[in-house]
Ligand binder design. Structure first.
Ligand code: GLU
Ligand code: MG
Length: 444
């Protein structure tokens, strides 16, 4: 038996779990009894239909061409014991095509690896994700089968029993840190029963792997507590949206921060400015990847902490890109447009490809915005971000840089499943609503 596998078995592991991301960012996987796992280390097979289904398991039209096999190759270096199910060691995997094991071009983790490799001539990306989420309860009578928790006045930016009467946040951070996911802080967020846990920054692949597992862990631990955690951008009409804020910097081989320049007027290097320029230039296409649901677009509200326009500023949370006020090793940008429904692998990959374009073409960013951008004349706000999922998908379709980076096969598949989701939404919108019946039937 493989040495690492034997070690896991001797430590009491009974199942090897492989997890990988589909295009939606949902963690798909298989459990293999450890005594049968060895033969699968080179890849456990899946039907490729998993990459061409919508979130309700409909296989999207256009992909019914035989459904070949793909395989997930266990990365045993990523094996961690699952605290809520210690029989299991959870590994991540890379997807390959059978029979020759070439990379499967629709694999989101593979796209991130390609982005990191493409950026290598300029430096190694360091990222930190921040995901906000709500805790809800199942209630079959509520719209969508979930309702907000009954604690209607949990207080903003606090910790302790009043903020989290169930102690769920602590359970989640414990679970994350038992698995080495480096949860460094957690608190109640602005909305009622909305929380945020911060993960330590790290090299892009490691930090994105942790972010992927973070989302799965939050959902699993919530389920163990009889709750549902949701990362969608706007689960409740009258409460705050949930963002996915992405911090990015570049380092050289010695770990020196390449976005830092103590001699420059704002303390930031030309590399940072060019990276920002790339992100601003490709913001419409990035929106599709960072905000891949019809729900996401409810979160973008003027004068909120979620941006409506492609702009940037120093220390300005009302902009799409904030240059953090910290300098030295911590010099970084924060991209604020994403929401937690985004696939973290695709989001980080797309942002890196956008920044890379700014670096390669030495783009200059527009004028940074100061104060409340919405008090400036509207023409200074920057380009408007796509206001609907349909517009964002069209922008992604039309952006050769993001398309070329992520790869045509991946982007075409993503667009097809998301446009199918949009068609289902439009069909739903065409149905007679409860509002119309309540408004008219008795009177007219
Ligand atoms: N909830 C806000 C959003 O939708 C962000 C709040 C914050 O800055 O932490 O992005
Ligand atoms: Mg926050």
């Amino acid at each position: 038996m493989n040495d690492r596998l034997a070690q896991l078995r001797d430590e009491g592991v009974r199942y090897l779990r492989i997890g990988y991301s589909d295009l939606h960012g949902v963690a798909r996987g298989k459990d293999l009894p450890i005594e049968f796992a060895e033969h699968a280390l080179e890849g456990t097979g899946f039907c490729e239909a998993i990459m061409t289904t919508d979130l309700h398991h409909n296989v999207v039209a256009g992909f019914e061409h035989g459904f070949r096999d793909i395989a997930a190759k266990f990365d045993l270096d990523t094996a961690v014991r699952v605290p809520w199910d210690p029989d299991v060691a959870w590994c991540l995997g890379d997807l390959v095509r059978l029979p020759h094991h070439e990379p499967y071009m629709v694999d989101p983790r593979g796209a991130l690896k390609r982005a990191i490799a493409a950026l290598a001539p300029f430096g190694d990306p360091i990222i930190a994700p921040e995901h906000e989420f709500y805790l809800c309860e199942r209630d079959a009578s509520a719209p969508g089968g979930h309702r907000a928790l009954p604690d209607t006045n949990t207080p903003v930016y606090t910790v302790g029993t009043l903020a989290d009467p169930r102690g769920a946040l602590r359970d989640m951070m414990d679970a994350l840190n038992e698995m080495g996911m480096k949860a460094i802080a957690g608190n109640h967020e602005y909305g009622r029963n909305q929380f945020e846990i911060n993960l330590l920054h790290g090299p892009a692949l490691d930090a994105t792997d942790r972010a992927f597992r973070y989302k799965q862990t939050i959902k699993e631990v919530a389920a163990h507590n009889g709750l549902t955690a949701t990362f969608i951008g706007k689960p409740f009409t009258h409460d705050e949206g949930s963002g996915f804020h992405l911090h990015v910097s570049l380092v050289d081989g010695d770990g020196r921060n390449l976005f830092d320049d103590p001699n420059a007027s704002n303390g930031v290097s030309p590399l940072l400015l060019r990276f920002v320029a790339g992100v601003v230039a490709h913001a419409p296409a990035l929106t599709a990847v960072m905000n891949p649901t019809v729900n996401a677009y409810r979160r973008f509200v003027v004068e909120s902490l979620a941006p409506t326009h492609a702009n940037w500023g120093y220390g300005n949370r009302l902009c799409m890109v904030r240059v953090s006020d910290e300098r030295g090793r911590a010099t970084r940008i924060e991209l604020r447009n994403g929401d937690g429904a985004a696939n973290v692998y695709l989001a980080v990959a797309a942002v890196l490809f956008a920044g890379l374009d700014g670096l390669t073409r030495e783009l200059e960013p527009p004028t940074p915005l100061t104060g409340n951008p919405y008090e400036a004349p509207e023409e200074d706000w920057g380009a408007q971000l796509p206001a609907t999922l349909g517009d964002a998908l069209d922008a992604l379709d039309a952006d050769p840089v993001i398309r070329g980076g992520l790869g045509n096969e991946l982007v075409d598949t993503f667009l097809a499943i998301k446009r199918y989701e949009l068609d289902r939404w439009n069909t739903h919108l065409a149905e007679v609503t409860a509002w119309e019946l309540e408004e008219y039937v008795d009177r007219l």
